[in-house]
Design a protein around this ligand. Structure first.
Ligand SMILES: [Zn+2]
Ligand SMILES: [Zn+2]
Length: 465
C-alpha cells in the first residue's frame, strides 16, 4: 500500500491512502479484494490501520440483504482493532500510534445520554445502519480506483486495511492486549457480556435462561458466569451446543424441539419453580421474546432482548399479564455498555484472567489475496467464515459440528507475519503485542483457559517470518 502521509513532517495534513479492502459489490456475492482509496480524516475523525478484524453475524446479514438499508458497493466489518494512523482537526482524545477499538455505537460524551450513566444510546449520533460517516451526511471516505463511492457500514467498515471513524466511535485501549482477543469486544462479546452485566445486572446466585446459544448467547453465559449466576439454562434446537455451552458456564440445557407437547416456558417454569430471574432472547424472534417473557419470574423477572428480528416485527403481550405479573422487558443494544467507559473495564477483567475471550476464537486467517487461505478447525457451527480464494473473499457457512464463535482476520499480513509469533509449550502460549513504535514485542505467557493447543495455523505463523 502507499501511504502519502508517512513522512513524519507532514502529520498535519494526511494524504489519501491507497490500500487493500474486501469490497461487497453485490448482495450475497463473494467480497472482492481490491485496491481502494481512503480519504484523510475530516474534523473529529480518526483514520486507523486495521490490525485484526472479526466476522460478526450482522456482517453476514447485511452481506445477504437485498433491500434497504442494504446498499452496495460497501465495505462491511465492524468488529476490529486498529492503530491510529492520523487524526483530523479537533481530535484530542487519541493520537497517532494509539491502539483503538472501533465501535458501531457512538459515545460522543457530550449529549444528555452520553453524560448520563443510565443509557448508552447517544442522541447526537443515534444508532442507524447508515452508508455515511455519522457526523457528515452523504459523506464517504472510501472510493475505488475508478472514483466510485464505496459505502460505510455501521460506522466502522473494518474489512479494509485502513478505515476512517468518527472520534465518537473509537475507544483507546491498552496496547498490550492480544489484538485477536481485544477485537471481540468491539461488538459481539461486549453485547452478550454487557447484557448480563450492565443491562440485566445479574445478581449472584440467580437463575438465568438464554434462548439461543450462538456466540452472543454464549457471551451472555460468560457474563452471567462472571456475575455469579448459579444456574445458567441454555435453550437451543441443537443439542451439540450444550457441550460447547458448558465451557461458557451453561449448567443445564433444554432442547426446544424435544419438549413434546409442552411449551418451553412450561418446562422452564417447572425447572425453576416459578420462572427464571433473568431471560435473554438472543435469536432475533419476536415470538421467542414472548416465550422468554412468559418464563421469567413474576414480581422481579427481567427479560432482555438482544436479537434482531425482521423490520416491523411486533411483540404481543397480554396486558393483564403485564399488569398482574410485574415483570420487566428490556432491550439491550451493545449490551447497554458505554463504549469508552466499559470496554477498558472488560479488557482489564480479561487481563486479570476473569473474562475468558480465548475460547470464543475458533478460526484465524490472513487478509491476503493469494490462494485459498481459509484454514479449518472443525469445531464450528452456524458460523460463517472467510474463505479467501483468488482475490474473492467469500463468507462461507461452515459445516455444523460443535461450537459457534468467531473468525478473526489479520490484516497487514506481511507485517503480521514478520512480527507475530505464537508458540505452544504445553498449555503455555506466548503472545506478542504491537507496541506504539509498530514493533512486536513479547508480552506475556498465559495458559489457554481450556488447555487446548493453539490452532495449527496459529502455530505455523512463526515459521513464515
Ligand atoms: Zn456485530
Ligand atoms: Zn452522545
Amino acid at each position: 500500500m502507499e501511504n502519502g502521509s508517512s513522512s513524519g513532517d507532514n502529520k498535519s495534513s494526511p494524504k489519501p491512502i491507497r490500500c487493500k479492502a474486501a469490497v461487497c459489490r453485490k448482495a450475497g456475492e463473494p467480497l472482492v479484494m481490491e485496491e481502494i482509496m481512503v480519504a484523510p480524516p475530516q474534523a473529529y475523525e480518526v483514520r486507523i490501520r486495521i490490525i485484526c478484524t472479526a466476522l460478526c453475524h450482522s456482517d453476514v446479514t447485511f452481506w445477504k440483504l437485498q433491500v434497504p438499508p442494504a446498499c452496495f458497493p460497501r465495505i462491511l466489518g465492524h468488529e476490529a482493532i486498529g492503530i491510529v494512523e492520523s487524526v483530523g482537526e479537533n481530535v484530542k482524545e487519541v493520537v497517532e500510534g494509539d491502539t483503538v477499538l472501533p465501535t458501531f455505537m457512538s459515545d460522543c460524551g457530550e449529549c444528555v445520554d452520553c453524560k448520563s450513566h443510565k443509557s448508552n444510546l447517544c442522541s447526537k449520533f443515534p444508532f442507524k445502519v447508515s452508508p455515511w460517516m455519522p457526523r457528515y451526511e452523504n459523506s464517504s471516505r472510501f472510493t475505488d480506483l475508478n472514483g466510485q463511492t464505496l459505502f460505510h457500514f455501521l460506522n466502522v467498515s473494518s474489512f479494509s486495511e485502513y478505515t476512517v471513524l468518527d472520534v465518537a466511535n473509537v475507544v483507546k485501549i491498552d496496547s498490550s492486549i492480544p489484538p485477536s482477543r481485544a477485537c471481540l469486544l468491539s461488538c459481539g462479546i461486549s453485547t452478550g457480556v454487557g447484557a448480563a452485566w450492565e443491562t440485566a445486572k445479574v445478581k449472584q446466585g440467580s437463575t438465568v435462561v438464554i434462548f439461543g446459544l450462538g456466540s452472543i448467547g454464549l457471551a451472555v453465559a460468560e457474563g452471567a458466569r462472571l456475575c455469579g449466576a448459579s444456574r445458567i439454562i441454555g435453550v437451543d434446537i441443537n443439542p451439540a451446543k450444550f457441550q460447547v455451552g458448558k465451557k461458557f458456564g451453561v449448567t443445564e440445557f433444554v432442547n426446544s424441539l424435544t419438549c413434546e407437547n409442552r411449551r418451553v416456558s412450561e418446562v422452564i417454569n417447572e425447572m425453576t419453580g416459578g420462572g427464571a430471574d433473568y431471560c435473554f432472547e438472543c435469536v432475533g424472534s419476536s415470538s421467542l421474546v414472548e416465550e422468554a417473557y412468559a418464563f421469567c419470574r413474576k414480581g422481579w423477572g427481567k427479560t432482555i432482548t438482544l436479537g434482531v428480528d425482521k423490520p416491523g416485527s411486533q411483540i404481543c403481550l397480554n396486558s393483564s399479564d403485564v399488569l398482574h405479573q410485574g415483570k420487566i422487558l428490556m432491550g439491550s443494544l451493545f449490551g447497554g455498555l458505554k463504549a469508552k467507559t466499559h470496554i477498558p473495564l472488560l479488557l482489564k477483567r480479561y487481563l486479570n484472567n476473569e473474562l475468558e475471550l480465548d475460547k470464543f476464537v475458533t478460526h484465524e486467517i490472513k487478509f491476503e489475496d493469494k490462494g485459498t487461505s481459509h484454514w479449518g478447525h472443525t469445531n464450528v457451527t452456524n458460523q460463517y467464515s472467510f474463505i479467501n480464494d483468488n482475490k474473492r473473499l467469500s463468507l462461507k457457512h461452515l459445516s455444523p459440528t460443535q461450537g459457534p464463535r468467531r473468525t478473526t482476520c489479520w490484516t497487514e499480513s506481511s507485517l503480521f507475519l514478520r512480527s507475530f509469533k505464537a508458540s505452544s509449550r504445553g498449555n503455555k502460549h506466548e503472545y506478542y503485542h504491537l507496541s506504539k513504535s509498530l514493533g512486536w514485542t513479547k508480552r506475556r505467557s498465559k495458559p489457554l483457559n481450556d488447555g487446548r493447543p493453539l490452532p495449527a495455523s496459529h502455530q505455523s505463523e512463526a515459521s513464515i517470518i
